[in-house]
Design a protein around this ligand. Sequence first.
Ligand code: NIG
Ligand code: FE
Length: 410
Amino acid sequence: MKLLITNIDQLINVRAVSKVLRGKEMAELPVIRDAYLWIEHGLIREYGEMSALKPHDATEVFDAAGASILPSWCDSHTHLVFAAGREEEFVDKIKGKSYAEIAANGGGILNSARKLNAMTEDALFELAWNRLSELMRLGTGAIEIKSGYGLCTEGELKMLRVIQRLKKESPIPIKASFLGAHTYPAVYKDNHQGYINEIIHQMLPAIKAEGLADYIDVFCEKGFFSPEETETICLAGIQQGLQPKIHANQLTLSKGTQTGVKLGAISVDHLETMDEDSIQSLANSSTIGTLLPTAAFFLGMPFQPARALLNAGCALALASDFNPGSSPSGNMNLVVCISCIQMKMLPEEAINAATLNGAYAMGLGNELGSITPGKRANLIFTKPISSPAYLPYAFGTNLIDKVMVNGVFI
Ligand code: NIG
Ligand code: FE
């Protein structure tokens, strides 16, 4: 199929070739006005100004009639597979309890683990499939999904098998991260080494045997996994072919960033609590810093220091962290808004972080994240907008008109 899209008001994030963007580069968002776009067999073939459009042999022509087009959101950090919401904890937080207090009393991740272990694989798949379908309609065109609510071999494998089924049945690319080290389950409360042994000697070999994961994740945080424990677990994951992708510096200066950088992590994620040493360590590495502003928003925490990270020259991605405890929304449009409003990211920086750098943060930079020949035609068609900045500016307004996946409208 050769599809020609004509009369595009603004074709956003157009790049002949693409690479990870760092520091100042993130403020450049190339746009072509009054453009056309060629799609062949689900891939972007060519683009240009309407005035340069030559006679063609398209099998189908679609008149965008003034819509703008940008690459789909690439959401590189989610916990999309879960059994139920935790709105009762939300109310406890409104009444004054902190995330850490709720977790220490058996709520939080342990609450989600109890519910997940009581649910069948089919039921979990059904719930996750519905969430994924909803996110695709909100413009997400690639996604990473973690385990981490099983906290036992059987439960973790069940989650990863659900993610594998989503991979097989969904039209958008999905990456799987093994997050067995999300918290210590109750049975191992006083025997941390016992749980680490289960992760290394039971979970990881089984995951490898079934090819269930792409990345190894650890919640490196005070009260969860120490930098040393994080390193031990990640090294075992690396031996099984999994690259680290770490929860770092969310609640405290956990040294998660330095640990991730040392281990060659593809990304270190969260970064609410950073000092100069953590920022410099990230800036001097090829690890991407993935900011999760909706988690800071939902937990009422200080936002990630995006400007300091950009000034230091870091490569930043933005992701939703969709999960029942700290970010019960996977809406990337909202993530981009909050990044501009609360973290003072420029709209150009936020859009690059949520598209191109998000794709690189899950190893999909050569396939997605920009309007580049050869990349997948996973695209957002907007309602009329005066400039890309209108997207985060008009917060709460749904500006998505249509969504395309692999060259087909969904
Ligand atoms: O990324 N902080 C660790 N993990 C998740 C929250 C998980 C939960 O509360 O269920 C996060 O915020
Ligand atoms: Fe997370």
